[in-house]
Design a binder for this molecule. Structure first.
Ligand code: NAP
Length: 290
């Protein structure tokens, strides 16, 4: 890498915990590939110190930073501006702090769309999609897929109330998409599953090699694809089930890379060399948890 100089630009990521983050590897590889005198550093920020940390990063002239669990929603009132995408999603995963003005963006949604295109050539327009989950990642997924004119988005979640709230909220704002909410019990019903073109897991189910009880992907719609946002382990039980049933599937690494590339472009105005971030991750002994 270029040596750190008096002109080195600093970026990073705030989260709690943060030791698992793969973002420093991706971003520092891209800075190096482009010969930029920039660095990306992880910052462990406890929830009760978020406001102090954001003010401090701004005062130190940090160009921008990623935001991860548990700060994606809590940071919003601390920012000067929120992009329309982040406002619709209700969460921020990228802050640009140039000139002291803090602007929040969300690149998780466009990262997912890019990953679906890359992995499956999937275009959400007119499609019927089952989103597993109703947390922050589900908000990004459902907002992006709805904005890309999906015909139907069914939200299946452990907490039905959370799925109901998200379906109601997005349904009033993205009127071209039919939103519905379901409990996880619906996953045991082949007739329910039969209409979907895509299933996206946005929950943490799979990280502990766990699975959705009763979910079988046998005999579903031809052309069905499965995208699992989890990437550690690299092959989740949901992906094993898909593979066993001949359903194309992919893990969340491509989304991680795509959201990172979009953040990199916001900060630097440059696009990382194609494949640079993905290769940096592939060179790791084993991907950590998200
Ligand atoms: P979150 O806001 O805490 O939401 C967690 C979701 O998982 C909720 O829907 C929750 O259901 C569900 N859930 C948790 N444990 C469960 C269990 N044992 N059984 C069934 N459902 C369970 O977290 P998040 O920010 O959405 O992140 C969720 C996952 O997506 C994480 O694994 C994260 O790493 C991953 N992610 C990946 C990327 C990527 O780039 N690949 C980007 C963002 C997130 P309840 O509502 O019922 O609690």
């Amino acid at each position: 890498m270029t040596p750190i100089t008096g002109k080195t630009m600093l970026t990073g990521i705030i989260g709690w915990p943060i030791r698992h983050s793969l973002s420093p590897v991706m971003h520092n590889a891209a800075f190096q590939a482009l010969g930029l005198d920039w660095r990306f550093v992880p910052f462990a920020v406890a929830p009760e110190r978020l406001a102090e940390a954001v003010a401090g990063l701004n005062a130190l002239g940090v160009i921008g930073f990623n935001v991860t669990i548990p700060h994606k929603v809590a940071i919003m009132p601390l920012l000067d501006r929120i992009s329309p995408e982040a406002e619709l999603i209700g969460a921020v995963n990228v802050v640009d702090s140039r000139d002291g003005v803090l602007t929040g963006y969300n690149t998780d949604g466009i990262g997912l769309l890019a990953a679906l295109h890359q992995e499956f050539g999937f275009d959400p327009a007119g499609k019927r999609i089952l989103v597993l989950g109703a947390g922050g990642a589900a908000r990004a997924a459902a907002a992006a897929l709805g904005s890309a004119q999906a015909a139907r988005i069914a939200l299946a979640n452990r907490s039905l109330a959370a799925a109901y709230g998200l379906a109601q909220e997005l349904g009033t704002r993205l009127t071209g998409t039919a939103f519905s909410e379901h409990g996880l019990g619906a996953l045991g019903d082949p007739a329910f599953l039969a209409e979907f073109d895509l299933i996206v897991n946005t929950t943490s189910v799979g990280m502990a090699h766990d699975s959705f009880p009763g979910l079988s992907l046998a005999g579903l719609k031809p052309g069905l694809c499965v995208y699992d946002m989890v990437y550690a382990p690299p092959v989740t039980p949901l992906m094993k089930e898909a593979a066993a049933c001949g359903v194309p599937c992919a893990n969340g690494l491509s989304m991680l890379v795509a959201q990172g590339e979009a953040a990199f472009a916001i900060w630097t105005g440059r696009t990382p060399p194609e494949g640079c971030m993905a290769q940096a991750l592939a060179a790791l002994p084993s991907p950590g948890n998200p």
